[in-house]
Design a protein around this ligand. Structure first.
Ligand code: FAD
Length: 278
């Protein structure tokens, strides 16, 4: 069982708890993006197993009344084993999901995976007429070109600042530079995309930029934030805009929880208060 201290950031060990969490969110008009925790499998069996679990999760979403979609990490479904394993498992998940009108997001991992991930996205976006989305990272210098390529496709694109420590030759390293590029890429997206813009950030400044760009261009957008981070803001924003919460669940919760705690002082203080019961 997940200890109460971690349950702020992780919905539970199984899909039933995750779907219960989505039901509560849906009451406040926030929708759910479900992510089964797991990544970097070096062998095929665990990658196939997680792909199977996503197929079952799609059935659960389809058969329930929740407003939810899924988000999959390439290395979780076989990218480290081989590009062909990743593509085969992704196709299997997306075919199953599209037939049941469940949307599939593809998370973006480090820069060595960008091409294969975008190629798979482009093909599936066309084949399913937009039932997939992909993440792009503002810290990568290539992202402007990638966004131009993605703009005419059906589907959705989530812009994040980027979670991976990339080499300085190909990435912006300073926070101020990444923030500047995030704004610039948002401008490009609201200008060039017909819709399907997802703002994957907790940063109030970036959300304000998106609101202004929406007023200027009228382009549809949604805000995406993580479970346990600025949840009050999520519900407040949902009164005006589409808001999706990214919800991790599964037995491999510890390292994810540990990352969230290390990331910010506020989260550590929250965890400490939970322990001392104050
Ligand atoms: P930061 O630059 O970290 O913070 C800016 C401001 O936001 C802070 O000053 C504060 O005001 C507010 N804030 C941020 N965190 C907190 C907090 N914990 N509590 C209170 N306020 C806070 N990265 C990838 O590389 N690939 C992915 O596929 C990917 N998917 C993601 C999906 C979603 C839905 C989200 C939200 C993020 C995803 N990320 C992904 C992570 C992303 O790249 C960033 O590392 C992460 O979101 C932190 O950047 P930020 O924009 O939230 O703001």
């Amino acid at each position: 069982m997940i200890p109460p201290i971690a349950s702020n950031f992780v919905a539970g060990e199984g899909p039933a708890e995750a779907l219960d969490h989505v039901r509560d969110l849906n009451d406040g008009d926030v929708k759910g993006i479900l992510n089964l925790l797991g990544e970097h499998y070096q062998e095929r069996p665990p990658a196939d197993e997680d792909a199977d679990a996503y197929v079952d999760l799609v059935d659960d979403i389809h058969e329930s009344d929740v407003d939810a979609c899924i988000s999959v990490k390439p290395s979780q479904i076989g990218l480290d084993v081989g590009d062909d394993v990743f593509v085969e498992n992704l196709d299997r998940i997306v075919d199953h999901a599209a037939a049941r009108e469940v949307f599939v997001w593809i998370d973006m991992e480090d820069h060595t995976t960008t091409d294969v991930t975008l190629d798979a996205y482009e093909r599936l976006a066309r084949e399913t007429d937009g039932m997939v989305g992909v993440c792009t990272q503002a810290n990568l210098k290539r992202t402007g070109e990638d966004l131009q390529r993605l703009a005419p496709l059906p589907g959705k694109v989530r812009l994040v600042k980027g979670a991976y420590d990339e080499p300085k030759e190909i990435a912006y390293k300073k926070k101020s530079e990444v923030d500047r590029m995030y704004r610039e890429y948002l401008e490009l997206m609201f200008r060039e995309f017909e819709g399907g813009v997802a703002v994957g950030s907790h940063d109030p400044a970036m959300i304000d930029v998106a609101r202004e760009l929406h007023d200027e261009h009228g382009t549809d957008f949604e805000v995406q934030m993580l479970m346990g981070v600025r949840e009050d803001a999520q519900f407040e924003l949902a009164e005006e805009y589409e808001v999706w919460q990214y919800i991790p669940y599964g037995s491999k919760w510890f390292s994810y929880f540990y990352r969230r705690i290390r990331e910010r002082k506020e989260n550590a203080l929250f965890a400490l208060r939970a322990v001392v019961g104050n």
